[in-house]
Design a protein around this ligand. Sequence first.
Ligand code: C5P
Length: 241
Amino acid sequence: MKRPKDYLIFPLDVATYEEALRYVELLKEHVGLFKVGLELFVSAGPKILRAIRERSEAGTFLDLKFHDIPATVKNAFLAASAHGVTYTTVHCDEGRGLLRSVVENSPSGTKILAVTVLTSLESKDLKELGYKDRYVNNITELVMLKARIAKEAGCSGVVCSGLEVEEVKAELGRDFLVVTPGIRPAWSLVGKDDQKRIITPQQAIKSGADYIVVGRPIRTAEKPIEAAKRVLDEIEMAISE
Ligand code: C5P
């Protein structure tokens, strides 16, 4: 039975090993997975993954959003996998061939999540990127296109905004994992930032998200532990409805 904290991913979006571990100690009782992204991995290196595991029972999510030629991504994935991480991410943009070559070469253990469309993009950005009026009309269509490719290639799931969760689950099945960033609780003090396709924790879980990524609403709160507990309360409400 999944507990509320098993739904919560906390991104360690900080610059140093020491600061990351401060958050691990602070939040380890309230978080299901700690996410290590580009900034921290580039500055602290793989030892941060081991340090998280030594200090907490939470899983590790190495979110480097790989995007390169298949041979490079495949080898980077194997290296990530050797660190024993629970999840890692690969961009969908190079299509089925790249995803499949990574999936086929994946040793058991680390699961691959495909990044569909970043939650910092909105439909009007598509035109600038050359999409609109060509293949897709809006972000949801683009997310679905990429999610289908990810599923066909054998990925464990996708990362997409809360606004697309229901459609992904309805079409691709309950077992196809959905991780949702861009979470902004109604009480969050985070002002206008780079996240655009946002949704509350409760809405995301009710829509069927398997995990929510909540960073700044917890990290920048006056009392991060209290903020994490409020998120867990919302998750609990959503799963008990
Ligand atoms: O809650 P907050 O906006 O601070 O969360 C930021 C985190 O969400 C970053 O670690 C970023 O990498 C992650 N993210 C993601 N996929 C997106 C958007 C953000 O994994 N589409």
